[in-house]
Write a protein that binds this ligand. Sequence first.
Ligand SMILES: Nc1ncnc2c1ncn2[C@@H]1O[C@H](COP(=O)(O)OP(=O)(O)OP(=O)(O)O)[C@@H](O)[C@H]1O
Length: 235
Amino acid sequence: MSTDPPLKELALHNITVRFGGLTALDDVSLRVAPGRIVGVIGPNGAGKTTLFNVICGFVPPTSGHLTLDGQPWRPRPHQLNGLGIARTLQGVGQFGGMSVLENVMVGTRGRRAEAEAMAALTRCGVDRYAGARPGALPYATRKRVELARALVAKPRILMLDEPAGGLDADEIQWLASLIKETGTTVLLVEHHMDLVMSVCDEILVLDFGKPIALGTPEEISKNPRVTDAYLGAAA
Ligand SMILES: Nc1ncnc2c1ncn2[C@@H]1O[C@H](COP(=O)(O)OP(=O)(O)OP(=O)(O)O)[C@@H](O)[C@H]1O
């Protein structure tokens, strides 16, 4: 595990984000306890990526604040790695001019970077592609490389932005096992409901930026507001 002190709690307090006249997040509060797998779901445009962008410091809240381990926290993108927070991207944002191994080494620190990067690639089943350029690989393989890049630093918080997109049923099953086995705190934005329901401890549902439900997968799947806003359409 990470040498960083263990996460006590990441919390969003009454976060609102406005882009001009559009309210992308509307008074969203969320507490993420250590070791929990927390899903964020909702229809397209509900504000899921904006929520991730707030946590990563890419988008400043219009109002509200965050705390990390109980302390007021203003996230800055360049500090995330040092704080043990890693994020995968919706697409696969790897550097085309570098090998797969070099891409994964970007996510780690110290003298053992290469060995750790190889271990992360092995864990994600793509070590045989270490010397390849990411652009030459199939999409699902690049997604595995992206996961390796996020996992290599043994993050305290792993933020997964639509990791199942473009994966087939077997790949998604593999992904579900990986997520459950990380043993770290996970925030998961995902449209693939079977994955969300099988791995998450709790789920926040957004609709037009508003939090409409927060609960266990069982509670969420039985919530009529969620079914109306999202699950009915997604099923
Ligand atoms: N930088 C921005 N400037 C203006 N509007 C934005 C910006 N980023 C997001 N939005 C808008 O905010 C709303 C929420 O977008 P967001 O990408 O967070 O939704 P999402 O739930 O992640 O959607 P999807 O499931 O399609 O990825 C959308 O209406 C989007 O068009």
